[in-house]
Design a protein around this ligand. Sequence first.
Ligand code: C2O
Ligand code: CU
Ligand code: CU
Length: 512
Amino acid sequence: MQGMQHDMHQLSPSKAISPNAPGARAPMLHVFELPAFVDALPIPEPAPRTAAPHKLRIAMREIHAQVHRDLPPTRMWSYGPTPLAPIVEARSGHPLQIEWVNNLPTQHFLPIDHSLHGCGRDVPDVRTVAHVHGAKAPSKDDGYPDDWFVPGKSRICNYPNQQDAATLWYHDHAMGLNRLSTYAGLVGLYFIRDEVEDSLHLPAGKYEVPLILYDRNFTADGQLFYATSGDPNHPWIPEFSADGILINGKLRPFFDVEPRLYRFRVLNAANSRFFALSLSDQRPLVQIGSDQGLLSAPTDVKLLVLAPAERADFLIDFTHSAGETLHLRTGVLDILQFRVAKESTSPASSSIPVTLRTIERTPESSATINRTVTLNEYQDKIANPMIMLINRKRWHEPVTETPRLNSTEIWEFVNQTEDTHPMHLHLVRFQVLDRRTFDTFDYLMNKHLRFTAPAEPPAPNELGWKDTIQCPPGMITRIIVHFEGYVGKYLYHCHILEHEANDMMRPFEVIA
Ligand code: C2O
Ligand code: CU
Ligand code: CU
C-alpha cells in the first residue's frame, strides 16, 4: 500500500492520460486494495443564507477533493466548495428563492455522447439546470431539461414548499448531459420540515445524519472514470455500475456514534446502482420515512432496497451497542462502519415514536383516468441494448399525457424489459396500488394482457408518499396520482440516468 500510494502521488492529474476520451484505456484503481474505514464520514453543511433569509445562492464549480486517505485529490463538480453540496433547509409553507450559479468550466471532463438527443455539437458542451427532485414547484422553476444555462450564467428559481416534511434532493437535469454531470458530483440534499415532524422529537442536530450514497470508478491516479461503449460516435452505455462505494463523498468511511438513538436520511444518488441496505448484526433498520416524507408508523426492514433517486429515513438505536463496532452494508459489502462510543455526551431525549403521520389512502374510485405506460427496450443484432422507450415514444415527440389539474389518475407501468426501472414523476407525490406479473410474450405478440399471479400489495415501507417507484420486470406496477399545484409542462422518466438519456423520458402537461 505504501509503495502504491507513493506512485500515485507522482502522477499529477494534468499529466495523466485522459482516461475519459472515448476508447482510451487507462490503468484502473482497484478500490478493494485500499483499506476501508480510514476516513471519517463528512457531514454536509447547511446552505449559507444571504442577507434576505428566504434567498439562497448556490454556485456550481469544479473542485478537487480526496475521496480516500491514500488517494490524491479527485477532480469533481459540486454545488459547494467540497464534494458535499450544502443542505437546503426549508420549512413547509415558507417559500425559498435559490439563485443557481453556473461557475463550471466550459469543457466537460467526462465522455459526452453527441449522438443523444439535445446533446449535439450545435449546443455548448457544458450546460446545466438544477432540478429539486420531489419539489412541488411551478413548471418554470422545476428545472426542465431544455432550460439549461451555460457557464457564467445563473438562474433564479422559486420553491413555494407547499408540501409536507420530506427528504428532497437537487441534481443536474440538463438534456443529454445529466448522467455525466450528476456523476461528476452535481448532487445535494433539500430538507423540508414541518410541525408534524417537530412534534415527534426525532433525533436532531448531530444525531440526524444525512447519507448520500453513490458508486464511482477511478483510474489508478484517483480520477473519476466513466466507461464508454467503445464506439467513438456513440459512447453511451446502457447502465453504469462501479466498485467504489462512496458515502458523503468518501470511499467506505467510518462514523463515530454515541450509544443512543440516531436518525439517518439516506439518498441513493447513483446513476444506475441499487443499494440493498442492512445492518451487520442482522437487526432491522427502523424505517420512518420514504421519498415524500414520514410513513404512518415505523416499520422494521431487514433489507432496504433503494433504487436510484429513492430516499429512506430510518432510525438505528445504538444504546445497547456501547463500545462495539457495526456496519451498514449493501449486499455483502460493508460500506459504513459505526464505532459506538462507551458513553453518550448527553442524555438521550428521543425514543422511537409509535405513530408518525396520518396518511390517507387515495381510493381507486377517485381516479378518472387509467393510463397504460409501457416500458420497452430495443436491442441490436447481438442483443446489446440500444435504446429504452416509454410508450414506444421518444422524448421529443408531442405530449401524450395531459392530466387535468386537481384530478386523480391511475398510471400502470407495463414493464416488458428485463430490468427494474425506477419511474419518477416530477411535481407530484403518489401512492403505490399494487404490482402484478403478466405474460409479456402474449402482451407483445397478441396485445393480450394475461396476468399470471394475483396482485401483490405494496410493502409496508411503500405505503407512504412516493415520487419514484421500482417497476420490476414482467410486472405491471400501478400508482395513483393526484395532480395538484400547477398547470404546465413537466416530465416523467426512469431514474437510471443512462436509461433516461436514451430515451426513457417523456413530457407530461398538467392542463386546466
Ligand atoms: Cu431526480 Cu427528473 O429527476
Ligand atoms: Cu424529479
Ligand atoms: Cu430504466
